[in-house]
Design a binder for this molecule. Structure first.
Ligand code: ADP
Length: 665
């Protein structure tokens, strides 16, 4: 009622002002003895502007109408009556009216802004709450609460999150329209944090929406019923719109910043090589998560060799008290919960989430946590561990934020997995080296132990053979030949094993002397002679007349030649026909052992000198061997700066050539 009266009064005042000014102008004209004051139109336009500023647009329009009538009656043609204008009078009046209209509109707009600004300063809230809309959790989360009165300050508002339609804030978010509740204590929709007694207050909630996207809700409250009014709404709405815009900008900035942070951490993880100790990688991972998430507490659990998830690192502003379980193993069900491949990240409210395992709930409770994210770390199919991030206050996450955390988790998993693989590999290599060492030691001892009795056996056999121990029947002699032959073979094998052990151990350096290779060749020929005779073979030897001096270990060279000659006999199906040549060519000493045996296929030739390599040849089923002979030949010859080569025609025979540098005087 009073509003209408006030409006009526302002119209009256406006029209009254016009008449007062008109009377003043008429009086002035009379006093000055002129027809009229020429600038009356300008004065009226200014008056309309003033009225619009003080009283509003309606009274100003009324004043304009009044002034048009007054002008017509008193001023156009001062004759005190309406109508009968000249066209120039009509144009003057119209111009005046239009000018007044323009001024009124301008004043109206500026005034509106001014009022808004003043009111904004004036809105006297006692509790301000800014809620953000968490798209993935579909909940409103309080991000800022400013309390200016005791009843608000004593409540922890952050503990409440709201779904759409929940609470006055939730209703405003759902309808996307502002909502004013004069007395929240009487409104069943109002949600207070648990244990709070309702406050007699006015609550105003305004949704923040930009481009159809719900950003959140601004909620204001003031103690006392009806203490906030409908008039406060436009101001709040404009604040909400601007806040939403500012938040959108800030979000974009934060987005860029966070991406850079994530990339920096990932880079730091990638540069980790085997040298970085395990704890440091884990520390880096944890720090990366803390930087990126701003979590109050972060824990990294890693699957170790014992199949349990150990606490590898934990940190943050806020550590759980000492009572919190630290290195507890997880049960299979707990791991399954975390490792569920369908869940890229688990966001939970630890106080209400039923799927949270007991152990996790306990940790959260001890630490007073109200928002957690679990990020499983998978390297391919392998579940490496997980990161738990906790916040004391409810938090909301944008999908991009979660995406970045997941990316980091994936990188961390790879870094951890790589390090574990490296560690496994290292211990495997160590075990292998140990095994290899034992094998060599055994070979050396075994061959050494065989050598001595063998020498004794061969000594007695040759005494028997040359008749020193009396004559023998022909049958026994034949058996003795075989005995000698086999013991020769055995000797070569034993020597080989000894040589191999020595070469590989690197412990015993070769005893280098200057020697005539012809002597070594002759010695080897003597040793192969029994076998050759047994097989009824033939031998053609062509050695240079001059000494063939080389630097080398005579035992090793002898063993190499033994191997070549033995092979020549062994791989000749019929009676062996062997040629041995020893000469000097272009400053190098050369020994060739040629046979007319089975020969070697082209494909096999390139691998012949590899350790344990043997050609599979059905023709030679009974040819025993270990595949280390030629390997030793090459090791010995190349060790002396020489080389060994093979030429062969399958079915026709092979020729092995050794070349060594001539020893200088
Ligand atoms: P092993 O004689 O103990 O088998 P080697 O290293 O001495 O080991 O020889 C490797 C393989 O090379 C032999 O298994 C054989 O097939 C082939 N080989 C070596 N010498 C000859 C040869 N003179 N004629 C044909 N094949 C040969």
């Amino acid at each position: 009622m009073s509003g209408m009266v006030r409006r009526g009064l302002s119209y009256l005042a406006a029209v009254g002002a016009v008449f007062a000014v008109a009377a003043a102008l008429g009086l002035a004209a009379w006093a000055l003895r002129i027809d009229r004051v020429e600038t009356y139109l300008l004065i009226f336009v200014l008056l309309a502007g003033g009225i619009a500023w003080r009283l509003g647009r309606g009274p100003a329009v009324a004043a304009t109408v009044a002034f048009a009538l007054v002008s017509d009656y008193f001023f156009l043609q001062p004759r005190f009556g309406f109508g009968g204008w000249t066209s120039s009078d009509a144009v003057r009046l119209l111009t005046g009216v239009l000018a007044a209209a323009a001024v009124i509109q301008f004043v109206h707009v500026s005034r509106g802004r001014q009022i808004l600004l003043e009111k904004r300063k004036e809105i006297d809230y006692q509790h301000f709450r800014l809620y953000r809309w968490d798209e993935s959790a579909e909940r409103l989360v309080l991000v800022k609460s400013v309390a200016r009165a005791a009843p608000y300050a004593s409540v922890d508002w952050y503990t409440v999150t709201l779904g759409l339609g929940e609470g006055i804030t939730g209703v405003a978010a759902k309808t996307r329209r502002s909502l004013l509740v004069p007395d929240a204590s009487q409104d069943p929709r109002m949600v207070y944090p648990a244990g709070t007694t309702p406050i007699e207050e006015s609550v105003l909630s305004v949704p923040m929406v930009t481009q159809d996207r719900l950003f959140g809700v601004l909620t204001l409250a003031r103690i006392g019923a009806a203490s906030l009014r409908v008039e406060d709404l436009p101001v709040m709405e404009s604040i909400a719109a601007q806040t939403a815009l500012a938040l959108a900008n800030a979000e974009q900035y934060a987005e860029a910043e966070q991406t850079i942070k994530a990339l920096t951490t990932i880079e730091a993880l990638q540069s980790t090589d085997g040298v970085v100790p395990a704890t440091e990688i884990e520390g880096r991972i944890l720090q990366g998560f803390l930087d990126l998430s701003q979590a109050d507490l972060a824990t990294l659990r890693v699957l170790r060799g014992d199949g349990r998830y150990h606490l590898a690192a934990s940190g943050g502003r806020f550590r759980p008290s000492d009572g919190a379980p630290a290195d507890e193993p997880l049960t299979a069900a707990q791991v399954a919960w975390l490792a569920d491949p369908k869940v890229p990240a688990d966001i939970v409210d630890p106080r209400s989430d039923q799927k949270l395992p007991e152990w996790a709930r306990r940790v959260r409770e001890l630490a007073g946590v109200s928002a957690s994210v679990y990020l499983p770390m998978r390297a391919g199919q392998r579940f490496v561990g997980f990161v738990g991030l906790d916040w004391r206050r409810p938090r909301w996450f944008r999908p991009e934020q979660l995406g970045r955390l997941q990316l980091l988790a994936a990188q961390a998993a790879i870094a951890l997995d790589t390090r574990q693989a490296l560690e496994r590999e290292r211990s495997r290599v160590e075990a292998l080296a140990e095994l290899e060492h034992e094998r060599r030691e055994f070979m050396q001892i075994a061959s050494h132990e065989l050598r001595t009795p063998l020498t004794v056996i061969r000594g007695y056999a040759s005494l028997l053979e040359d008749g020193s121990l009396g004559s023998m029947p022909p049958m026994a002699q034949q058996a003795l030949h075989t005995l000698m032959d086999k013991s020769s073979e055995m000797r070569v094998q034993v020597e080989r094993m000894l040589l191999l052990a020595r070469l590989e151990d690197g412990a015993a350096a070769p005893r280098m002397t200057k020697l005539d290779l012809r002597k070594v060749v002759n010695g080897a020929l003597d040793r192969v002679d029994p076998q050759l005779r047994l097989r009824k073979g033939r031998l053609a030897v062509k050695l240079a007349d001059a000494p063939l001096m080389v630097m080398g270990d005579s035992e090793q060279l002898a063993s190499a030649l033994d191997n070549l000659l033995q092979n020549a006999v062994k791989f000749s199906p019929g009676p062996p026909e062997i040629e041995v040549v020893g000469d000097r060519q272009d400053g190098r000493v050369r020994v060739v052992v040629r046979d007319h045996g089975v020969g070697i296929a082209r494909e096999a030739r390139s691998r012949l000198f590899e350790k344990f390599y043997r050609v599979s040849n059905p023709q030679l089923q009974n040819a025993a061997g270990t595949g280390i002979g030629l390997y030793l030949v090459r090791q010995v010859v190349e060790g002396l700066g020489g080389r060994v080569e093979v030429e062969s025609q399958p079915g026709q025979g092979s020729a092995f050539e050794i070349e060594l540098p001539v020893a200088q005087d």
